[in-house]
Design a protein around this ligand. Structure first.
Ligand code: MLT
Length: 289
């Protein structure tokens, strides 16, 4: 049984005791994790996510070849940076063969919080690659749950949910949130991955509830996604952050963020020889993508 949980904000991730073997994904649908996927799709070999602009600036001189710096404060490109945080800026002409160091207000800080807490099987999830993200999360768990979904009946009975969460395989979906508060766009992204996890498990297991144990937060995220999916752009435009993006001239970024499953790769964190403390996110294709 795989326990699936959703953390509403990065603050929860700061308290979360990540265990070896636990797989996690950070969501900042508007816009950081969507932008990371866009950068990798456009040919950047890796994205280093940092929490602090000074750290980004120092990586410009220590990484070779020199990376591009991307990021925002209040949605606007940081001073001295090459790119902002709009996925539309990350074109092949700008980023092909260039590592990107990204620093944003909430998204890359949520990544840094998860890494600080010891998470090592980490993805950057978004709507644009939600199925590949779900596939990647499942592949991280051993044994492969899609191939070995059923435990003997004796093992399935009488195990309290809390024990499962503490001891069994777990997938944790981390919503970056906005300044420590709930952000609907991130929760919708997490819910879309909960649904994709169910669909992938169901390909091999007719009763996904025998394989995936959803927390109440995961159920709520799933319901919010299922309510929003048929009017996704309208729902995202109506969120607090969506309204701010429209006011600041970034309405097209919301359309981009709504392209569900536009990319067939997951954005997976890997230790990076030149940025050991942060590592880098790379595009990873899992069989079946
Ligand atoms: C963030 O990390 O807070 C966001 O990605 C902000 C933005 O839309 O640029």
């Amino acid at each position: 049984m795989i326990h699936v949980d959703v953390l509403w904000t990065a603050r929860e991730a700061e308290q979360h005791p990540f265990r070896p073997g636990e797989a996690a994904a950070v969501f900042d649908v508007l816009r950081a994790t969507t932008t990371m996927a866009a950068a990798l799709a456009a040919g950047a070999p890796g994205v280093v996510a940092v929490a602090d602009p000074q750290r980004a600036l120092s990586l410009r001189s220590t990484l070779h070849p020199a990376p591009l710096l991307g990021g925002e404060e209040r949605m606007i490109r940081l001073p001295g940076f090459d790119l902002g945080n709009s996925p539309l800026e990350y074109t092949p002409e700008r980023v092909r063969d260039r590592t990107v160091v990204l620093c944003t207000t909430n998204g890359t800080r949520a990544v840094a919080a998860a890494l600080r807490r010891g998470c090592r099987q980490l993805f950057a999830g978004s709507l644009v690659n939600r199925t590949a993200t779900a596939r990647g999360l499942l592949r991280c768990l051993q044994p492969d749950p899609a191939r070995h979904p059923r435990q003997p009946a004796a093992n399935r009975q009488g195990t309290p949910a809390s024990q499962q969460a503490d001891g069994g395989p777990a997938i944790t979906l981390i919503c970056a949130g906005t300044h420590g508060r709930f952000s609907l766009d991130d929760v919708i992204g997490a819910g879309s991955v909960v649904e994709a996890l169910q669909a992938l498990v169901q390909e091999e297991e007719p009763e996904p509830q025998d394989t995936l144990q959803l927390s109440d937060a995961a159920r709520a995220a799933l319901q919010l996604w299922q309510q929003a999916r048929h009017e996704l752009a309208d729902v995202l435009v109506g969120t607090h952050h969506g309204r701010l993006l429209v006011e600041t001239g970034f309405a097209e970024d919301i359309e981009f963020a709504c392209r569900v499953d536009a990319f067939d790769f997951a954005v997976q964190w890997q230790p990076h020889a030149l940025a050991l403390d942060t590592g880098a996110f790379v595009a990873t294709h899992f069989p079946g993508n």
